[in-house]
Ligand binder design. Structure first.
Ligand SMILES: *Cc1c(COP(=O)(O)O)cnc(C)c1O
Length: 415
């Protein structure tokens, strides 16, 4: 799999043309924002065809999709090189749809212990519903293998964990899932398809929070699930008989669209889909730029006397550096650091002028946040310890400001 990175090379053409695959209306360069909730047909046979799935690229009621959201789905599918995608109102809605519609009471999931905080919280809900989630340090495939049980259905990881930047043994876990026939679900939010395609390591489903890297502007919430076409749904026990009649490669998406989108209703609005689509046009350029800046800033922080630890995949000191270099086109905009004296964290952050003190990731503006007292406050000390969150950990989401200006600002704040 040493050529995985080459296969994942971003195509700028996909980000600017990917939403035109389903057709162009009136020569419009942008997909129009279709606000209609209902879709009517001249012939009742066509209306029946929409409901029975025989009339392709057609719509009935906007909760299940519109031409505008379908165009964004086509773009995401193209970027991830999948067989189809479904957009949701947020990344969490996409995750919720996967876990709640593809798992049953008594099923078991193995997850990386380093996952997005709200995903970890959602695992608590799954537990209440009788779906057990084992959390492991997925940096070595053997620890994942050791957790597998006869009722394990799914393995879940994030490409680069937020905030600690841990990277799972992505290729080896993919091979393990293939060997055991397990659904491999990879959250690609931090890397985005511009840096990495989880399909190259065998993922069956890929999640992207569109809110983050893909939109970039922080002016719209959205999420997407992409089916890579690699998983054999015919052998998956939790597909409802209603969805068995179609092409096996589409059965998972069909259940997700009907049960996860139509029945649960966390639909992406066409206006938000339009905004996300505009943001996505510059995905490749933004990610290349913010990754380069993040590496410069990480190197600066690593050499600073006041900094005790710095977490960034493209630094040689990162535990999974070799894997990151092999798989990812660049290191992304996410980095985290710890000060030698954690009592100084608030002072240093308040002295910074350029980064905005805010939660959020993958934004065009640099955002900075002390992790333990904010996004991981509700989780409590035990969960923080399990997830490797030190009390003085600071997360930075690097934006489009110049590296020189950012480094100058950090140098001043740390002096
Ligand atoms: C933000 C995030 C999510 C959730 O996305 P929302 O669009 O904010 O709901 C899921 N996974 C990861 C890795 C994230 O960073």
């Amino acid at each position: 799999m040493s050529d995985a990175k080459d296969k994942a090379a971003p195509s700028t053409s996909d980000t600017v043309h990917g939403d035109r695959r389903l057709g162009v209306e009136h020569g419009a360069i942008h997909k129009p924002i279709h606000t209609s909730v209902q879709y009517g047909y001249e012939r009742v046979e066509d209306l029946i065809g929409v409901f029975q799935g025989t009339l392709k690229n057609s719509f009935s009621y906007a909760r299940q999709g519109t031409p505008t959201t379908a165009a964004l789905e086509a773009k995401i599918t193209q970027l991830e090189q999948g067989v189809g995608s479904i957009c949701f109102a947020s990344g969490m809605a996409a995750l919720g749809a996967i876990f709640l519609t593809l798992l049953r009471e008594g099923d078991h999931v193995v997850s990386s212990q380093f996952v997005f905080g709200n995903t970890n919280s959602l695992f608590g809900t799954l537990n209440d519903l009788g779906i057990e989630v084992s959390k492991v340090d997925a940096g070595a495939v053997e620890r994942v293998r050791a957790e597998l049980r006869p009722n394990t259905r799914m393995v879940f990881v994030e490409t680069i964990a937020n905030p600690g930047t841990q990277i799972p043994d992505l290729e080896a876990i993919g091979a393990l899932c293939r060997e055991r026939g397990l659904l491999y679900v990879v959250d690609n939010t931090i890397t985005s398809p511009a840096l990495f395609r989880p399909k190259t390591v065998g993922a069956g489903l890929v999640i992207n929070s569109l809110t983050k890297t893909i939109a970039g502007h922080g002016a719209a919430l959205g999420g997407a699930v992409t089916d890579t076409g690699l998983f054999d749904w015919a052998g998956y026990p939790n597909i409802s008989p209603s969805y068995r009649g179609i092409d096996a490669r589409q059965q998972g998406l069909q259940q997700l669209r009907k049960k996860g989108l139509r029945d649960m209703g966390a639909t992406l609005s066409p206006e938000q889909a339009h905004r996300i689509s505009l943001g996505a046009e510059t995905l490749g350029l933004r990610v290349a730029q913010t990754s380069a800046t993040a590496l410069s800033l990480a190197r600066f922080l690593q050499g600073h006397a006041a900094v005790a630890a710095i977490h960034y995949p493209m630094l040689e000191s990162h535990p999974q550096h070799a894997l990151a270099v092999r798989l990812f086109k660049a290191g992304s905009w996410l980095l985290a650091f710890e000060l030698r004296d954690s009592a100084n964290v608030l002072t240093v952050l308040n002295r910074l002028q350029l980064p905005i003190k805010a939660t959020g990731l993958g934004d065009n503006r640099t955002l900075i946040i002390p992790v333990a007292p904010t996004i991981y406050w509700e989780a409590g000390p035990a969960v923080r310890a399990q997830m490797g969150i030190a009390d003085g950990l600071v997360r930075v989401s690097v934006g489009l400001e110049s590296a020189d200006e950012l480094i100058e600002d950090f140098a001043r704040a740390l002096s």
